[in-house]
Design a protein around this ligand. Sequence first.
Ligand code: CUA
Length: 184
Amino acid sequence: MAIHPPESRVWWNEPIAKAELIWIVIAFVWGLLMFFMMIYWHIYGQQNLSTQVGRIDPAVFEQRTNEFAEKFKIREEGDTGIPVAKPLPGGDAYMLARTFDWWPVLELEKGKPYKLHISSLDMQHGFSLQPINMNIQVHPGLEHIITITPKEVGVYGVICNEYCGLGHHVMTGRIYVVEPGQGG
Ligand code: CUA
């Protein structure tokens, strides 16, 4: 037999060793602290995205994104043929996820608010904006509308962080943030 019963049948009546008691207290206090931190950060932490989520037909989302990209296209991304769309400050921006694309590329102005619409056409993908590490789970049929205001000029990468198939690792996108009135 690999498993033996405890020597003393009533093992739970034995006094707790001091070291074990200390660890129980530490774990309990830490758990309590984290519980209240959760509430504190929810209110003051600024890590919660101001997101609205609604249902949307993937075909409708695709159509809106296509119309957006066509209307606001300012150039193409390198020789990829992927449009770079520059929405109006304060306006709507669309980015769709599909195997294995984030489409189109966006160019935003620093310090201006945008409503970023994100959804998937086929399956679950993970929108991960790097290097600031903003993460959103993206499902077909659900549209996230996130109010964002870019704070730093730069080139941001979008990577997929939910495994979605053979091309998961090449599913990347891009967002440019430029000074107001520049870029284009
Ligand atoms: Cu899309 Cu992984």
